[in-house]
Design a protein around this ligand. Structure first.
Ligand code: ZN
Length: 274
């Protein structure tokens, strides 16, 4: 079995990091993306959390998440930059090469202003990221989150910021959940790849008529996204990184996690068949 499958710790939220690492490795999953809460809850500290994952044979793929750069007040924006530098240090300690950025939005502030603040905030973190050897992936979020989570809502906007910053430590994280509806998606994935900015790829599914807009994501194949098509566009750029399964789901979290892990592995295998 190929090892291009990675799972986010949030996907199996009921498990501790140690349980998740052991179970993913036993299921022949190749990588683990560690969420900040899971790393911080690890009793022996963040460095040990990374060592534990590697001792199970897993690659630590990313650290989730940094960002939230926007604010009306300059002092709050500076506090966000300081917090992101701390997150960069944690990623380095964990041994994660990449931090996913949920960039932020401030209710009532123009999205144009927020995007400029995001670009400035990332720029202010770049020297720190370079020194730590950690890259930053701008993750566009679905526009339903443009009120307070992210003013970066399309692959095109993420590309614009990543390309404008022109630094090999800044790129884009593409997530099918947030991007599937965009008529320009194929073109922008291609543009991202040509610019050398496609850093990581997240998969799950969009349930038809979701029960909740945050915590009712589906397993690949359960919903309406043509994940295989988007995966092909991503691979056509030359991307050979992990396919990271990131599912927030009250429904799946309430189910047996061992059975759920089996379903993830099966759904991914089905996706691999052309
Ligand atoms: Zn994601």
């Amino acid at each position: 079995m190929d090892r291009s499958l990675c799972i986010h710790t949030i996907t199996t939220k009921p498990w501790t990091l140690a349980e998740a690492a052991k179970k993913y490795a036993a299921a022949k999953v190749g990588g683990i993306t560690v969420w900040r809460d899971a790393a911080q809850a690890h009793p022996d500290g963040i460095k040990a959390a990374g060592e534990l994952c590697r001792s199970e044979g897993l690659d630590v793929v990313s650290y989730v998440r940094g960002g939230f750069f926007t604010a009306a007040e300059g002092a709050a924006r500076q506090a966000a930059i300081d917090e992101n530098k701390k997150i960069i240090d944690e990623a380095a300690e964990l041994g994660a090469p990449l931090i996913v950025l949920v960039c932020g939005a401030t209710p009532g502030q123009s999205l144009f202003t927020s995007r400029q603040q995001i670009q400035d905030g990332i720029h202010a973190c770049l020297d720190h990221a370079r020194a730590a050897g950690v890259k930053l992936g701008i993750e566009p979020l679905h526009p339903m989150y443009a009120d307070s989570r992210s003013a970066v809502n399309t692959m095109g906007q993420a590309n614009d910021i990543a390309i404008a910053l022109d630094d090999d430590h800044v790129g884009v994280t593409a997530d099918v959940f947030h991007l599937w509806w965009d008529e320009r998606l194929e073109t922008e994935i291609q543009r991202c790849g040509e610019a050398g900015k496609l850093f990581s790829f997240h998969i799950c599914d969009w349930m038809n008529q979701p029960a909740d807009f945050l915590n009712d994501r589906g397993l690949m194949g359960e919903g309406v996204i043509n994940v295989r098509q988007i995966k092909q566009w991503v691979e056509a750029t030359g991307f050979r990184g992990y396919n990271e399964v990131e599912i927030f789901s009250d429904r799946w979290w309430a189910s047996d996690q061992d059975a759920f892990l089996g379903k993830i592995v099966d759904a991914y295998a089905a996706l691999q068949k052309s």
